[in-house]
Design a protein around this ligand. Structure first.
Ligand SMILES: C[S@@+](CC[C@H](N)C(=O)[O-])C[C@H]1O[C@@H](n2cnc3c(N)ncnc32)[C@H](O)[C@@H]1O
Length: 347
C-alpha cells in the first residue's frame, strides 16, 4: 500500500474534530485523538525496508578463458553492487539441475555460479573476518589483486562505529556470553551463547573501553541498513531464471521486476516511472541475453520477455559497440535506475 493511501486510511479512522461545533469539550476530544493515534502507532507493524536486488547470469564466468580474468570479472560485479548499494545479488544458471546446488559441492575446480558466488561473498566480508570464514580455495588464488569494496561495514582497526561485523570464537566464552572478534585490538563479549565460527552483527553500544566486561548485543544483520547505513549484499543461487523470481527470500516475493536488453523499450531515465515497491529486482542476461534464459526455462514455456518482466528496458540506446557486456550493462543500468528508484521510494 502506498504511503499516500495509508495516510488517507488513518485520517478516515480519526474522529473529525471541529473546534467550532460546540459538541463536548475540545481538550477532551484532543486528548482522545492523541490516545487513539498513539494506540494506532503501537499496533502498526514496523515497515519493511525496501530492497533492490540484481540477477546476474553465471555463464559470464564460463566465457572467460583464465582464472585471473574470471576473478577480475567477479570483482567488477561486486564493486558495481556495492557502489549502487544493492541488497542482494542472485547468480543464476540457465538450466541448472533440480536439487543440485553447485555452491555446496565445494569442488577444487569451480566454474560458473560456484566460482562467482564464492568471490562475491568473500569480497563482501570484512577483511579481518576472511581468514576465519573462508578456508583456502583455488578459486581465491587471485582475489588479492582485486580493488577492495570499501563499504561502511568494512571498518578499520582504529575506527569506531555503532555496529561491527564479527565472528564468534572458541575459548574463554563463559556461561552467559560469547567472545567475538570484531576486528578491534581486543575481542568483545556478546550476551548470547553462540557456536564458534558464526558471522554476527554486533551493536557496540556506548562503552568504547575494550577492557570493560560489559556485554554487547548481537543484532539482525539488517539493523544497520534499517538505520540508513549500507551494510553489504547477500548472495543467492538460482538454477534458472524462473527460480530467480520464485525463490525470493522476502515473503510476498519481488513486487516489481525489470529486465534489461538492447531489445528493450527506450525510455529516458527521468521519464521512467517505477511504482512504489518493497522488493525490486533488476535482471541482466548473458552472452545471448535474457531472452535465451526465458526460452530455455521449462517453467516459462511459451512466454517472452514481455510476460516475464514488468518492464523490459534498453538502458543504453545509441550504443557504439555492437554488444555491451553484462558487467558494463550492470554499471550503466544501475546508474540509469538510480533516479527513478529514489523517486519510487519517495512516492
Ligand atoms: C552481451 S549482452 C546480450 C545481448 C543481447 N542481444 C541482449 O538481449 O541485450 C548481455 C546483457 O547485457 C545487458 N545489456 C546489453 N546491452 C544492453 C542495453 N542496451 N540496455 C540494457 N541492457 C543491456 C542485458 O542484460 C544483456 O542480457
Amino acid at each position: 500500500m502506498g504511503k499516500k493511501n495509508k495516510r488517507r486510511d488513518e485520517d478516515a479512522e480519526s474522529p473529525q474534530l471541529n473546534p467550532n461545533d460546540g459538541n463536548g469539550d475540545d481538550s477532551d476530544n484532543a486528548k482522545k485523538l492523541k490516545k487513539k493515534k498513539k494506540k494506532n502507532k503501537k499496533n502498526e507493524k514496523p515497515k519493511e525496508r525496501a530492497t533492490v536486488s540484481i540477477a546476474v547470469p553465471a555463464s559470464i564466468i564460463d566465457n572467460v578463458p583464465t582464472l585471473d580474468l574470471a576473478t577480475r570479472l567477479a570483482g567488477q560485479i561486486a564493486r558495481a553492487a556495492t557502489i549502487f548499494c544493492i541488497d542482494e545479488v542472485v547468480v543464476f544458471d540457465n538450466n541448472g539441475e533440480p536439487n543440485r546446488d553447485p555452491v555446496m559441492e565445494n569442488s577444487d575446480d569451480e566454474s560458473g555460479a560456484a566460482f562467482l558466488i564464492r568471490i562475491l561473498r568473500y569480497l563482501e566480508t570484512p577483511q579481518y573476518l576472511r581468514k576465519a570464514l573462508f578456508p583456502m580455495h583455488n578459486s581465491l588464488r587471485f582475489v588479492g589483486l582485486l580493488p577492495p569494496l570499501d563499504p561502511p561495514h568494512h571498518l578499520r582497526k582504529h575506527e569506531w562505529g555503532p555496529y561491527r561485523e564479527g565472528v564468534t570464537i572458541n575459548g574463554n566464552s563463559n556461561s552467559t556470553g560469547t567472545l567475538v572478534d570484531v576486528g578491534l585490538a581486543k575481542h568483545v563479549v556478546v550476551d548470547q551463547l553462540l557456536e564458534p565460527g558464526r558471522r554476527v552483527t554486533v551493536a557496540m553500544g556506548a562503552e568504547r573501553n575494550l577492557d570493560s566486561d560489559l556485554p554487547r548485543q548481537v543484532v539482525s544483520s539488517s539493523k544497520p541498513r534499517e538505520e540508513g547505513e549500507y551494510w553489504g549484499y547477500q548472495v543467492r543461487y538460482a538454477r534458472n531464471i524462473s527460480s530467480v523470481f520464485k525463490d525470493c527470500m522476502h515473503k510476498g516475493g519481488y513486487d516489481y521486476i525489470i529486465g534489461t536488453s538492447e531489445h528493450g523499450q527506450i525510455i529516458k531515465s527521468h521519464e521512467l516511472e517505477i511504482p512504489s515497491f518493497r522488493h525490486l529486482l533488476i535482471a541482466f542476461g548473458g552472452l545471448a541475453g535474457l531472452e535465451e534464459s526465458i526460452e530455455e526455462d521449462d517453467n516459462l514455456k511459451g512466454k517472452n520477455a514481455g510476460d516475464a518482466f514488468n518492464v523490459y528496458l534498453n538502458t543504453c540506446p545509441h550504443q557504439g559497440s555492437r554488444t555491451i557486456r553484462t558487467e558494463e550493462a550492470i554499471l550503466i543500468s544501475l546508474q540509469y535506475f538510480q533516479e527513478p528508484i529514489s523517486r519510487a521510494l519517495q512516492s
